[in-house]
Write a protein that binds this ligand. Structure first.
Ligand SMILES: [Zn+2]
Length: 423
C-alpha cells in the first residue's frame, strides 16, 4: 500500500515537472548580463566576430569603436567561454546581472492578468494589449472630445489602436507613437499615462485645449503580445522569413533605409526588412500619418522607447545636422531640465547619431526628413545606460517614469510653440 502511494506521488511529481518543462515560454535562467568596455581596436574586432558567430551571446548595440561600452547577455552554457575571452583579451567588464530570469520573474508579479477589469487600469502595474485597448475604448465612450482611431490590422491581424483628443479642430496636433519595440513595456505605460493626464487632470487644461493629441500606445501589437505570452525579450514584429521571424520596425522606414546600424539578416535583432516600408505595421503608420498630417496639422512627432534616458532628435543615419538642429537641441535640453526638476533623473539630449548609436530607417528620421514634421523626438525612457534591468523596468518606477516623460513632452510643446513652430 505504502509503495503504491509512493508510486502515485512519483507519477504526480513527474507530471508536474513535465508540465513546467513543456511550457513554451522563453527562459533566461542563469543568463548573465555583462557591461564590457571596448578599449582597443582589437576588442572591437573580437566583439564584432563574436556577434557574427554566436547566438549564445545577445548584443544590445554593436561593437563599433574603441571607448565604447556594450551590454552583452551570455547564455549559461557559454559563461566559461565568455569569461576566457575577457581574460585572454584583457577586456574590462562589469557583471550587471547573474541570473536574468530573476528580473523577469520579479517583474511578472506586477503583470495583471489578461482578463482584468479595464477600469482598474493604472500605472503601478503592467497590462496586456487587450486591457490597454479596452481601457482606451471605454475612455472614448465616456469622453466626447476623445475618439478611437485605428491604423488597421497588423501582420497577425490585430488592430493597431489609438485615441485622438481634439477639443478644437484648428489646433496643431502632437502625434505620439509608442511600443514599436515590443519588449520596451514602459513606453506603452507612458503613452497611456499621457492620454489619462490630458483627459482627466485639470492642471494640464491649456495643453489639452490648445493642442490636439493623437496617441498610439502599441504600434507593434504582435510583438507586444509575444512578449507577454512567449518571450519577454522579443523586440521585432512577427513576420516570417524562413526559419527566422521579425523585422525591427524602427529600421524599416523608407528614408536612408538599410544604410547604417541595422542588419539585412532576418535572424538579427535589428533586421531592417526586405525593403524600406516592407512591413505592414510600417505601412499602416505611414499611411495614417500621411493622411492626417495636413488635415490634423501634425507639427510634432514623438516616439517612445527604453532604455538609456535620452531625448533624441534627427538624424540617426548621419552626423549631419538637421536644418533646425539648434532649436531641437535647445528644446531637448530644456525637456531634460524639466525631468531633473520632476524626479531628479538625468536625461541627455542630442541627435540620435551623437547620443546612442548611428542607425537608419527609424520612424522619426522619416517623419522629419520625408514628411517635414519639424519637431521630432525619440525618447529612451528609464533606466540609465548601464541599467542591469535592460528593458525589465521594475513596476515601482512606472509612475515616476511616466510623469517625467509627460513633463518633458509638455516642455517640448511649450518651447516649440514659443519658437513659432505651431503658427
Ligand atoms: Zn526601442
Amino acid at each position: 500500500m505504502e509503495k503504491r502511494i509512493f508510486l502515485l506521488f512519483s507519477v504526480i511529481l513527474a507530471m508536474t515537472t513535465a508540465a513546467t518543462s513543456t511550457e513554451n515560454i522563453a527562459r533566461y535562467d542563469h543568463y548573465r548580463v555583462y557591461f564590457v568596455e571596448l578599449a582597443t581596436e582589437e576588442h572591437v574586432k573580437v566583439f564584432q566576430k563574436l556577434e557574427e558567430i554566436s547566438d549564445s551571446c545577445t548584443f544590445y548595440g554593436h561593437a563599433r569603436q574603441p571607448g565604447q561600452k556594450l551590454h552583452v547577455m551570455v547564455a549559461a552554457a557559454r559563461l566559461a567561454d565568455f569569461d576566457d575571452l575577457l581574460v585572454t583579451y584583457k577586456v574590462n567588464y562589469e557583471i550587471l546581472t547573474n541570473n536574468f530570469q530573476e528580473k523577469i520573474d520579479l517583474q511578472s508579479k506586477d503583470v495583471m492578468p489578461k482578463d482584468v477589469d479595464p477600469s482598474t487600469f493604472n500605472w503601478d502595474k503592467y497590462f496586456h494589449l487587450e486591457t490597454i485597448n479596452s481601457w482606451m475604448e471605454n475612455l472614448a465612450k465616456s469622453h466626447k472630445e476623445l475618439t478611437s482611431v485605428d491604423m488597421g490590422p497588423s501582420y497577425q491581424g490585430i488592430p493597431i489602436k489609438g485615441v485622438k483628443l481634439a477639443r478644437n479642430a484648428s489646433n496643431p496636433t502632437i502625434f505620439i507613437e509608442s511600443g514599436i519595440h515590443a519588449r520596451e513595456w514602459i513606453a506603452p505605460s507612458a503613452a497611456t499615462f499621457i492620454i489619462n493626464e490630458l483627459l482627466n487632470n485639470e492642471k494640464w487644461k491649456t495643453f489639452a485645449e490648445n493642442y490636439n493629441w493623437i496617441v498610439f500606445p502599441v504600434v507593434n501589437p504582435d510583438g507586444y503580445k509575444y512578449t507577454f505570452e512567449s518571450d519577454r525579450m522579443w523586440r521585432k514584429n512577427r513576420n516570417l522569413f524562413g526559419i527566422s521571424r521579425g523585422v525591427d520596425l524602427n529600421r524599416n522606414y523608407p528614408y536612408h533605409w538599410n544604410e547604417i546600424g541595422c542588419s539585412d539578416d532576418p535572424s538579427r535583432y535589428d533586421f531592417c526588412g526586405t525593403s524600406g516600408g516592407s512591413e505592414v505595421e510600417t505601412q499602416r503608420l505611414m499611411k495614417f500619418v500621411q493622411d492626417h498630417k495636413e488635415s490634423d496639422n501634425i507639427r510634432t512627432y514623438i516616439a517612445l522607447h527604453s532604455f538609456s534616458q535620452l531625448i533624441m532628435f534627427p538624424y540617426g543615419f548621419t552626423a549631419e545636422k538637421a536644418d533646425n538642429y539648434d532649436d531641437l537641441k535647445e528644446i531637448g535640453e530644456k525637456a531634460a531640465a524639466t525631468i531633473k526638476r520632476i524626479s531628479g533623473q538625468t536625461y541627455k539630449s542630442g541627435s540620435l547619431y551623437e547620443t546612442i548609436y548611428p542607425s537608419s530607417g527609424g520612424s522619426k528620421d522619416w517623419a522629419h526628413g520625408v514628411l517635414n514634421i519639424p519637431i521630432t523626438y525619440t525618447f529612451e525612457l528609464r533606466g540609465p545606460a548601464n541599467s542591469p534591468d535592460l528593458f525589465i523596468l521594475p513596476a515601482d518606477q512606472i509612475k515616476e517614469t511616466c510623469e517625467e516623460a509627460f513633463g518633458a513632452i509638455l516642455t517640448i510643446v511649450e518651447e516649440a510653440d514659443k519658437k513659432g513652430y505651431y503658427k
